[in-house]
Write a protein of this length. Structure first.
Length: 354
């Protein structure tokens, strides 16, 4: 049981389990306007809350907004599923295409991201042994031009970390450079953001090296469509970074995430104005968070971006081990937080021991 409680403390953040007792209304709320469940944000397709209705999708662990099909999101199950990627229409919550990855026997698929040219990257990067796999994999395929069931043969990339095996659930492909990044989970404040080679090689091993240190318990991450913002989310909160010269600079404004089951995924909408936050479970919801102030990507109009006068500070860029401080987000009451944490960790612990 002591191991479980250590995981609870790590999941909550730097404050550990004691921080659960201090949960209450946040001082200095983040510059985010939640959208009511079931509503369309601004009346625009793909920016409103929806529920995944496909009974096959019981552990949606990653989320990526389509670059080709308006209002469509790509997702996948965690472990214990076949080599499938699903396209879900946010207007109906229904699956409109299933992509089968030929020749792939997935081990623990945790993330999905779309890079330049509509190249979909699927991260088989989870590590149920807590850092016991010497290698993990990334599968890449072109986003289909038509939404229909199809089988593809993806390009497979072998990944190792320069500082040894890591447990990770976040894969982010920069939309301009195509460079691939992975954020591991921060156990004992030792998490990091890792950069792959400028171009991945399918013929050898791709070594990912740490470029920043972070304390975020990251369950997913995503770049904004213009590549100027990077978000990492966890179960209770998240953090937004300004992305400059291949390095993250932490913003002062924290990111809130909805308390909806086991929060596992995040992506930007196609216009970059909203975060879509998903969770695991049958019939799980995907909920929007509209961004304001400094959280908005640079491509958004300056007037919109500066309404709240967000500070432009953060960790300085430069060097190979940039310190990235977590902006802890206060969510709900202590009793609710404890219940959700215990439910989440016990569910994952016993499911993966089975």
């Amino acid at each position: 049981m002591s191991v479980l409680w250590r995981r609870v403390a790590a999941a909550v953040g730097v404050g550990g389990a004691a921080g659960l007792l201090a949960l209450g209304p946040a001082a200095g709320a983040s510059a985010i306007a939640p959208v009511a469940p079931g509503a369309r944000a601004g009346g625009e397709e793909g920016r409103g809350a929806f529920r995944i209705k496909d009974p096959r999708i019981t552990e949606s662990s990653g989320l990526a907004a389509s670059r080709t099909h308006k209002g469509v999101y790509w997702t996948h199950n965690d472990s214990d599923d076949g080599p499938y990627v699903y396209a879900v229409d946010s207007a109906t919550g229904r699956t409109v295409a299933t992509v089968t990855l030929k020749g792939v026997d997935p081990r623990d698929v945790e993330a999905i991201s779309i890079g330049p040219g509509g190249e979909v990257h699927v991260g088989d990067i989870g590590d149920n042994l807590g850092g016991g796999w010497s290698e993990v994999w990334i599968y890449r395929f072109r986003e289909p031009a038509e939404l229909r069931d199809v089988t593809v043969t993806p390009t497979r990339y072998t990944v190792r970390y320069a500082d040894g095996p890591r447990d990770a659930e976040s894969l982010m492909v920069h939309p301009k450079t195509g460079r691939v990044y992975i954020a591991d989970k921060s156990q004992n404040k030792k998490g990091g953001i890792y950069a792959g080679p400028e171009q991945l090689s399918a013929s050898g091993v791709n070594v990912f090296r740490r470029v920043a240190r972070t304390e975020v318990w990251a369950t997913d991450g995503a770049f904004s469509p213009d590549g100027t913002r990077l978000v990492l989310r966890g179960y209770f909160g998240g953090e937004m970074f300004r992305w400059r010269n291949g390095k993250p600079e932490a913003l002062d404004t924290p990111v809130s995430v909805p308390m909806a089951g086991q929060g596992e995924s995040v992506t930007f909408t196609a216009d970059g104005r909203t975060l879509m936050c998903g969770s695991e479970g049958r019939g799980s919801s995907v909920d929007p968070l509209e961004l304001e102030g400094e959280l908005l990507p640079e491509s958004v109009a300056a007037g919109e971006r500066g309404r709240d006068g967000g500070a432009e500070g953060g960790a300085a860029s430069g060097g190979d081990d940039v310190k990235v401080d977590e902006k802890k987000v206060v969510v709900g009451g202590a009793a609710v937080a404890v219940a959700v944490v215990l439910w989440t960790l016990l569910r994952r612990l016993f499911r993966r021991r089975g």
